[in-house]
Design a protein around this ligand. Structure first.
Ligand code: CA
Length: 512
């Protein structure tokens, strides 16, 4: 088996008259849902260890400034597939993706790649451009999940992260060996409600997780948005999020109602004694419960990425496979008192992004060039020797990975979040993030925030109204409007609400 795929691919290229004997690389794109750099040890996590994810970074590149252009699940996925901003791919909010449009999967497929997609899809329509797909309907569930493919649906017994690891390896085993592959392996974890498997739940049970310094941010000097949001760790976690057990004997409807309550007091057991938590004691407890479960979910992801890396290495696929690990956006782990994402603040905006490509990327490379999720598709195409279509809005990371940042690389990125009113009452905003500053405009409120990221990396001091900063603010405004225009955003989705929801994705009947 060793080396056979590479050999076969070389033969195909020689037969087609290609002069280079170098085979096109395989691409394994592993993406989780809501995993953030603060919970990844290669990014300096203070709260957990992710040895297998770190392995990719240590053997390849860690990118420190890859940003999501619309920090929310479905829109980010649509951008990754199309290489385009939300306003051009038609997915600014949780609406259904039109799978008839061009995607990177279709381009790689027609260029001779075997294409596969397994795990969480969450685009409301069935995948297109994939030779094989097997996906969770909508959000999917953590325990005994249903998956479906072209033939129908099937319940898999067990924990979803392990199952996606299994299906990934099975799909790689069963792939045609005479083609390079492009595979998207998308995990559900560590998405809300952060249900860990038993092994990792126990590992984190009772463990004390250090708090971020901005957990008790009082939002002084900031706009209305932070005051009005409903994504507060202290206020908005529900009994379900906190894994509280409903009283016995409730009907299904009453049980769901009970679980949806955001508790202001909680009774727990300490050393066999019942104890009622309120006030600061309850707030501290909520943060710990949130983080213990979130980190336990991440640990399963780390284990399963390790299994897949081991399998690639053991099957002669190490050298000619690009392995990427990322997440659909970042996430707040208590920073500014928040959970979830959506806001343009760093923790939510920044995506983890590590990649391994032996003999091309020097081990231990780090990159600070500003990347965006529109760049992923051009990167895959470039690695496969294909040009970037002119209507894609990103550029290939490959030169950056090799340590040669092109002279005309971007120095700023454009961001836009639309879903308002929506879940968590997060206010719509757009903005610009440069190498040293950030300007955010909440357009429905006509309110602005501006941050000096060098002096204030935690984004606690809004300098928008600071008289000494007015030249800086004016220049940033101009830059923002120019970038918005350059990205062809004409405000057509400014008041968009989901029509056909990406959550509604009924699986077909069971397989016979
Ligand atoms: Ca997500």
């Amino acid at each position: 088996m060793l080396g056979l795929p590479i050999f076969a691919e070389t033969l195909v290229q020689l037969a087609s008259g290609a002069t280079t004997a170098k085979p096109r690389p395989n691409i394994l794109f592993i993406m989780t849902d809501d995993h953030t750099t603060q919970a990844m040890s290669c990014y300096g996590s203070r709260i957990n260890q992710t040895p297998n994810l770190d392995r990719i970074a240590h053997e390849g590149v860690r990118m420190d400034r890859v940003f999501c252009t619309n920090s929310i699940c479905t829109p980010s996925r649509a951008t990754i597939l199309t290489g385009k901003y939300s306003h051009l791919n038609g997915v600014p909010v949780f609406n259904r993706f039109d799978g008839s449009q061009p995607t990177v999967a279709k381009m790689l497929q027609s260029a001779g790649y075997y294409t596969a997609m397994v795990g969480k899809w969450h685009l409301g329509s069935d995948p297109t451009g994939f030779d094989y797909w097997n996906i969770l309907p909508g959000q999917g569930v953590y325990i005994d999940p249903t998956f479906y493919d072209k033939a129908g649906s099937q319940v898999y017994k067990g924990y979803v992260t392990d199952i996606i690891g299994d299906i990934t390896i099975e799909t790689l085993k069963n792939r045609p060996k005479d083609k390079p592959f492009f595979m998207m392996s998308h995990h559900k974890a560590p998405h809300r409600e952060w249900t860990p498997d038993e092994k990792h739940r126990k590992q984190f049970e009772g463990k004390h997780i250090p708090e971020p310094v901005t957990l008790r941010d009082d939002y002084a000097g900031r706009t209305d948005a932070l005051h009005e949001q409903q994504q507060s760790v202290f206020r908005d976690l529900t009994r379900m999020d906190l894994k509280l057990t409903p009283p016995p004997g409730l009907s299904a409807a009453d049980r769901n109602k009970w679980l949806a309550v955001k508790p202001t007091e909680v009774e727990i057991e300490v050393n066999g004694q019942r104890k009622v938590l309120t006030g600061k004691e309850l707030e501290d407890w909520k943060y710990q419960r949130y983080m213990q479960d979130y980190l336990a979910c991440v640990q399963s992801v780390d284990d399963n990425v390790g299994r897949v890396l081991d399998w690639l290495d053991a099957n002669g696929l190490r050298d000619n496979t690009i392995v990427i690990y990322t997440s659909d956006q970042g996430f707040f782990l208590g920073e500014h008192g928040l959970f979830d994402k959506r806001f343009m603040y760093e923790e939510s905006l920044r995506m983890p992004f590590v990649a391994r490509w032996p003999n091309v990327i020097r081990a231990g490379t780090t990159a600070r060039a500003i990347g965006i999720n529109c760049d992923f598709a051009p990167t895959f195409l470039d690695a496969a020797g294909l040009p970037t279509p002119p209507d894609m809005q990103g550029r290939s990371f490959v030169p950056v990975w090799k340590g040669h940042v092109p002279a005309d690389w971007r120095h700023a990125m454009y961001y836009r979040y639309y879903h308002d009113p929506g879940d968590h009452n997060t206010r719509a905003h757009y903005g610009i993030r440069t190498e040293s500053r950030k300007l955010i405009y909440f357009w429905k409120k006509d309110q602005w925030e501006c941050y000096d990221l060098k002096k204030d990396p935690l984004e606690m001091h809004n300098i928008y109204n600071d008289p000494s900063q007015q030249k800086v603010v004016a220049a940033l405004k101009q830059q923002l409007l120019a970038l918005k225009m350059q990205m062809k955003d004409d405000d057509q989705f400014a008041n968009e609400q989901p029509k056909e929801s990406s959550y509604v994705q009924a699986p077909p009947p069971k397989k016979m």
